[in-house]
Design a protein around this ligand. Structure first.
Ligand SMILES: [Zn+2]
Length: 255
C-alpha cells in the first residue's frame, strides 16, 4: 500500500503535509509551520504523529518542532549539515542517503540555495517529493543563503526526477509567480494555458499545489534558462544557464 498525503493550510500562505504509511501506522509531518492546524489535521484523520521531516531551519518550517516533539514523542529528522539550526533534531541525514519511514524509503537530496542546509525528500516508490522552499509552482525560493550557482545545481537535481513526480511545495505563491513568469516568457503557450488554469483554481479558493516536475519544466521560468523567449526578454541571448537563472531570480526579487 502506498503512502497517503494530507495537505492543509497553515499561517498566511504555507502548506502543511501529513504523510501516512498505513502498513506501519507511521505518520510524518513535513515541516512544522503551525502547531494548531497540524494537530487539527492529525485529529481529522485519526493519525498519531511519529515523525517530523524538516526541509530547512526557517521558523515557518521548524517553529513547531519542539512543541510537537514534546506532545507526541515524534522523531525529528533534518539536515546533518544544518543540525545546529533544526530544533530537537534526532536523526541527521545527508545527500543521497535513504531514510526509512515506516515501510517506505525516502531519498534525501541536498538542495542548498534558499538556505545552506536545505534538503528535499523524494519517495521514489510513491513518485512524490517534498521540496520545501526550493521549488514552487512557477517559482523558486529566494536566495537567502546560497548563490545562483548553488540554487541552479539544486534545481537540476529536482529536474532529474521523473516528469510525473508529484511535487509538494511549501507555499501558495503561484498567482504572483504566474504574473512574473508571463512577464519574462510571454510566448510560452504552455505557460499561457497554465496561468489560465491557475486563475480558475484560485478564483474558487483551491490550491495550485501539488505540481509535477514535468509541468514545471514546461512552464517555470527558473527551470528554463535555455528558453530563447526568456533569454530575449531579459537581454541575455546565448548566455549560460547560471547567468540567465541569476538574472531571472534578480528580476523576480524586484518584480
Ligand atoms: Zn524558507
Amino acid at each position: 500500500m502506498g503512502l497517503q498525503v494530507h495537505q492543509f493550510a497553515c499561517l498566511a500562505d504555507n502548506y502543511g503535509f501529513l504523510l501516512h504509511d498505513e502498513a506501519t501506522k507511521s505518520t510524518a509531518v513535513i515541516d512544522t509551520p503551525e502547531v494548531g492546524p497540524i494537530n487539527a489535521a492529525l485529529a481529522s484523520r485519526g493519525w498519531a504523529l511519529t515523525h517530523i521531516l524538516n526541509t530547512h531551519h526557517h521558523f515557518d518550517h521548524a517553529g513547531g518542532n519542539e512543541a510537537l516533539k514534546q506532545q507526541w514523542g515524534a522523531m525529528v529528522v533534518g539536515a546533518a549539515n544544518d543540525a545546529a539550526r533544526i530544533p530537537g533534531i534526532d536523526v541527521r541525514v545527508s545527500d543521497g542517503e535513504q531514510f526509512q519511514f515506516g515501510s517506505a524509503a525516502a531519498q534525501v537530496l541536498e538542495v542548498p540555495g534558499h538556505t545552506t542546509g536545505h534538503i528535499a525528500y523524494y519517495f521514489a516508490d510513491s513518485g512524490i517529493a517534498f521540496v520545501g522552499d526550493t521549488l514552487f509552482a512557477l517559482g523558486c525560493g529566494r536566495l537567502f543563503e546560497g548563490s545562483p550557482s548553488d540554487m541552479w545545481t539544486s534545481l537540476n537535481k529536482l529536474m532529474a526526477l521523473p516528469d510525473d513526480t508529484v511535487v509538494y511545495c511549501a507555499h501558495e505563491y503561484t498567482q504572483a509567480n504566474a504574473n512574473f513568469a508571463l512577464s519574462v516568457e510571454p510566448n510560452n503557450a504552455a505557460l499561457v494555458a497554465r496561468v489560465a488554469e491557475i486563475a480558475e483554481l484560485r478564483s474558487r479558493g483551491e490550491p495550485t499545489v501539488p505540481t509535477t516536475i514535468g509541468k514545471e519544466k514546461a512552464t517555470n521560468p527558473f527551470l528554463r534558462p535555455t528558453s530563447a523567449d526568456l533569454q530575449q526578454t531579459i537581454g541575455l541571448v546565448g548566455a549560460d544557464a547560471v547567468a540567465v537563472f541569476a538574472e531571472t531570480r534578480r528580476r523576480k526579487d524586484n518584480f
